[in-house]
Structures are given as structure tokens and as C-alpha cells.
Design a protein around this ligand. Structure first.
Ligand SMILES: Nc1ncnc2c1ncn2[C@@H]1O[C@H](COP(=O)(O)OP(=O)(O)OP(=O)(O)O)[C@@H](O)[C@H]1O
Ligand SMILES: [Mg+2]
Ligand SMILES: [Mg+2]
Length: 493
């Protein structure tokens, strides 16, 4: 059913053979050299034929995408939106008061005291306007020169937040590339990194591109600011923000349904998909939503990786070489033009590629009368595709401890994927998180697909020990439990 009509294509176009192969076999094959060219703008869908009819069809396809977005709850209700705005408003107030407290503790002279201020800048999916009711709010706390990250942010502000009735589940993630506090504010997940500027007074909507505010800032602050700067640049570069938001929502939905969303597992993160979507929107300023979604697949299914994807903004960027092997380099559109951090490994690269090819195969006949978007968004059927899975079971005596332990283990998932890849040649890290309701302790479970051959030969106990060693380097808190085992498809929840 799923690929019923593709069979015909398979006869004429050998590259569609790939869509038939299980994900695990794709990586074992040499790359086909496809002489592919990015399609030319507008009207891409209608080669010849009646232009009016084509436009009408395109509009219909775009409308059904909007309906799917609504049905999937991708657009938050007005009430949810107000709740988020209110949370940010309150957070800004807390930050302003915190700056005053810290200024007082640091004995800031009276004449400066009344100017001392800080602010909150939102970014991530919320900043781009593509969040849904489940998304976190990525909020950068911007503080003045005298407020340190170690004491004033991670201790004083943390205690202020912890004492508020709206705040729960607060964790400090100090060891991350971008150190942050993670907590719930009135039930909404907040990621709160910190940037310290070398000024005393910070305007509420401080210009993150103004060199005056960026002078002499430390490395951590620079990294924290880069998220906000990248997001704002993306919004400046796309020709139509609303269409870009719709494309990105659709692309994220597709990636989540097909199990290729989650940077920690080696798949796309929000920022990667934002740059890829912006890239398409920028090159096709007048194309409709359905056309852009089609072009997205057509472009990236055959992208000559590792050629980097670079959003143009009128200046020729230097190509910044890196010593790390990058499978899918995607450049951030703001100085210093680094690549988005990525955990992609060989397995996840080929999984992403195979899903992009599937996307292209399914959307290239978008104007067919019986075309249906729902097939594109069908969840990836793991239990049908793999016989064996590695089960990763994490548990702890309470929810807080589990939160810490999960954060740490997830940050080391790349090591585990690489280990399994070394032993078995392939691993499909399904990002879905399950809970074992029969277990007595709070827990979280992952099931990653494995290739059929050789699974019986690996010593999963040994893999567990090796993986635990790698997590011990980053996790010194009270220990949660980690158990790896191999299970059959029919043991999946
Ligand atoms: N791998 C990365 N490389 C560079 N910047 C990143 C990376 N991951 C996150 N960021 C920055 O942090 C922001 C928030 O990341 P987050 O993981 O919350 O994604 P998101 O786009 O908000 O999607 P989601 O809806 O899943 O939360 C991104 O928009 C980006 O600016
Ligand atoms: Mg986010
Ligand atoms: Mg986040």
C-alpha cells in the first residue's frame, strides 16, 4: 500500500530502488552519482499543461497541508499563546529584579544602580514562531557585566526561580556546550542559557548584532548568543516569514513522524531544519507551501553532501574547514559562520537520506488526483521494519534524579550509536521515549532498531559496561540505573 505506485517508478528510475531497501541496508551501498540540479522556482510543479488548473491544484495541496497542521495541533491556541507570553513577561520581571539584587550585592555605586538591567530574548522554535503546545521556550537570559554565570546565574537566580510557585523541576546543566538552567514555568518547559554583556544597562530588546553590545564578551556568552543571532538572521533572510513558518512546521512534522528528529540521536535538530527550510524559501520567493515542501525533498534528497548548505545573505562567506568529519554540514547564518553542531553518524546519515528520498518519491507526483499527504506523514513502522532492538532502560528512585540521569545519558547517546555501529554495521536510534508502566521506579525506555545479522553474537553486557564508563565522565550526581538488552519486535510496547 505504502509504495504501491512507486513500483512503476522503480522500473524507470534506478534511484528509487533505495526506497524499497530496509534502512539498514542503505548505508552499505556506494553512493549513486546523481546529476541533479536544484529545480527552478515557481511553477515547478506544472511542466506544461493548463496553468490555471495547476495553480488550483497547488492551492488545494497547500490547503490540505494547513489542515493537517491544524489536526496535528501544530498551531497553539490563543489561550496557550497567552500563557507563553505571560510566562515570558514574568521571567523578564524576575530577571530585572535579579539584576538589581546582584547589583546591590556587588555594591554597585548608587549612580549606576538605577540603570542596571537585564532581559530575556526568546529564540528556538518559539522565537521562529513555529512552536506547538509541547515545544519548550528557549529563552536567553542577558545579564550585565557584573553578574557572573557561576554564582549570580547558577546560584542566585536559580534560588530565586526555585522559590517561585510557578517554577518546578529546575536543573542546572553546567557541562553542556551552552550551559543552561532547565525548568518548568507554569508547566511550560524553559531552556535558559546565560549571556553576560560588558555593559551595565541592557535594553529590553537588545540588538544582538550591534558591535557595541558584543565587545569583549566571553566565549560562553558568545555561544549562548549565537542561537538568538542565528534565529533572527534566518527571519531577516527569508522573503516571506509566514510561508517559511508553514514550511518549517511541515518539515518538522515529517521529521518527527519518520524518526529523523533529535540532534542528540544524530538526526536533525530544530536549527538544522530551520536553515534547510529557509534555504528553500529564499530561493523560491513566490512558490506556494506545497511547492516549497516538494522542492525541499527534491533538493535535499540529492544534495551532494558533505557540500555544506549555506544561507546566502549577500556576502560570500569563507568556507570554514573543520577537523571533525561532518556528514551533513549546515552553516549558521551569522558570524563566525560555524556549522550547526551535529551528532550525525554513518547510520543516521543514511537513515536521513533514505527518508528524504522517500519524501521525494512521494511528493514528486503532487498533482496526481489521488495524491494524499498523509502517506508522507505516516509514522515509521519500527516493529515491522526490524526484528531485533536494543532496549535502553533508564530508571531512578525519583523523578528529579531520573531527569538528571536521562540528560546525562542522552548527551552520550552518540557514543552508544557509534559502538553499536562498530559491532553491527548499523543502528536505527528511534527517538521515541517510552515508559515501562510495569516497573516500580520512574523510568524511561528507548528501543533502537538493529540489523538482523549478527545481533545474537554481540555481548550487550559488554556494550553496557563500556557505555556506562563514557557516562561516568560527565555524570557525578546520584546514580540512576541503566540496563541494555536485546529484545524481539513483538516485545515492543
Ligand atoms: N546543534 C546546534 N547547533 C547550533 N545551534 C543550536 C543547536 N541546537 C540548538 N541550537 C540553538 O538553540 C535553539 C533551540 O534549540 P532546540 O533544541 O530547543 O530547538 P528548537 O528549534 O527550539 O526546536 P524544538 O521545537 O524541538 O524545541 C536553536 O534554535 C538554535 O539556535
Ligand atoms: Mg526549543
Ligand atoms: Mg531547547
Amino acid at each position: 500500500m505504502e509504495f504501491g505506485y512507486i513500483e512503476r517508478q522503480q522500473l524507470v528510475d534506478p534511484r528509487h530502488v533505495y526506497t524499497y531497501l530496509p534502512r539498514w541496508s542503505i548505508g552499505l551501498r556506494p553512493n549513486l552519482n546523481l546529476d541533479y540540479q536544484v529545480p527552478h522556482p515557481d511553477g515547478v510543479l506544472g511542466f506544461g499543461g493548463n496553468q490555471d488548473a495547476i495553480l488550483r491544484m497547488e492551492m488545494e495541496r497547500s490547503m490540505s497541508l494547513f489542515q493537517i497542521m491544524g489536526a496535528e495541533g501544530l498551531v497553539p491556541s490563543l489561550e496557550e499563546e497567552m500563557k507563553r507570553r505571560n510566562a515570558i513577561h514574568k521571567l523578564k520581571k524576575i530577571v530585572r529584579e535579579w539584576v538589581q539584587t546582584v547589583a546591590y550585592h556587588h555594591a554597585l555605586p548608587e549612580r549606576y544602580l538605577r540603570f542596571a538591567s537585564g532581559t530575556i530574548l526568546t529564540y528556538g522554535s518559539y522565537g521562529l514562531g513555529v512552536h506547538n503546545s509541547e515545544s519548550d521556550i528557549d529563552a536567553l537570559c542577558v545579564g550585565p557585566c557584573f553578574a557572573t554565570i557561576e554564582e549570580d546565574f547558577f546560584i542566585v537566580l536559580r534560588n530565586i526561580l526555585a522559590s517561585r510557585p510557578e517554577v518546578s523541576d529546575i536543573h542546572c546543566v553546567k557541562g553542556a556546550k551552552v550551559p543552561l538552567m532547565r525548568f518548568k514555568f507554569e508547566g511550560i518547559s524553559i531552556d535558559l542559557p546565560y549571556a553576560r554583556l560588558k555593559v551595565i544597562s541592557i535594553p529590553e530588546d537588545v540588538d544582538v548584532f550591534n558591535p557595541f553590545f558584543l565587545k569583549n564578551i566571553d566565549d560562553k556568552s558568545w555561544k549562548s548568543l549565537s542561537g538568538v543571532r542565528a534565529n533572527r538572521r534566518i527571519l531577516q533572510l527569508v522573503p516571506n516569514v509566514e510561508i517559511f513558518q508553514a514550511v518549517l512546521r511541515c518539515v518538522k512534522l515529517w521529521a518527527k513522524k519518520r524518526g529523523v528528529y533529535g540532534n542528540l540521536l544524530g538526526f536533525f535538530g530544530g536549527v538544522h531544519l530551520a536553515v534547510l527550510s529557509a534555504f528553500i524559501c529564499q530561493r523560491h520567493p513566490t512558490a506556494s507551501l506545497s511547492a516549497l515542501f516538494f522542492i525541499f525533498f527534491k533538493t535535499f534528497a540529492f544534495w551532494p553532501w558533505p557540500t555544506p548548505v549555506i544561507l546566502q545573505d549577500g556576502v560570500a562567506w569563507p568556507f570554514i574547514p573543520t577537523d571533525k568529519v561532518l556528514w551533513m554540514p549546515i552553516q549558521l547564518p551569522c558570524s563566525p559562520y560555524q556549522f550547526c553542531h551535529s551528532n550525525t553518524v554513518r547510520s543516521t546519515f543514511f537513515i536521513i537520506k533514505s527518508e528524504l528520498l522517500r519524501g521525494h518519491t512521494l511528493t514528486k507526483d503532487i498533482l496526481r488526483p489521488d495524491f494524499d499527504w498523509n502517506i508522507l506523514f505516516e509514522p515509521y513502522p519500527y516493529p515491522r521494519k526490524y526484528e531485533k532492538f536494543v532496549k535502553i532502560f533508564l530508571s531512578a528512585s525519583d523523578k528529579d534524579e531520573l531527569g538528571d540521569c536521562v540528560g546525562c545519558v542522552k548527551s552520550r547517546f552518540r557514543c552508544l550509536i557509534i559502538k553499536l555501529e562498530e559491532l553491527l554495521g548499523f543502528c536505527d536510534p528511534n527517538p521515541t521515549e517510552y515508559v515501562d508502566v510495569d516497573a516500580s521506579e520512574p523510568n524511561l525506555v528507548f528501543y533502537w532498531g538493529l540489523p538482523p545479522a549478527m545481533t545474537d553474537m554481540i555481548n550487550i553486557g559488554h556494550v553496557e559496561v563500556e557505555f556506562l564508563k563514557s557516562t561516568n565522565n560527565v555524570y557525578q550526581g546520584p546514580t540512576g540505573k541503566l540496563k541494555l538488552s536485546i529484545v524481539q519486535a513483538d516485545q515492543l510496547p
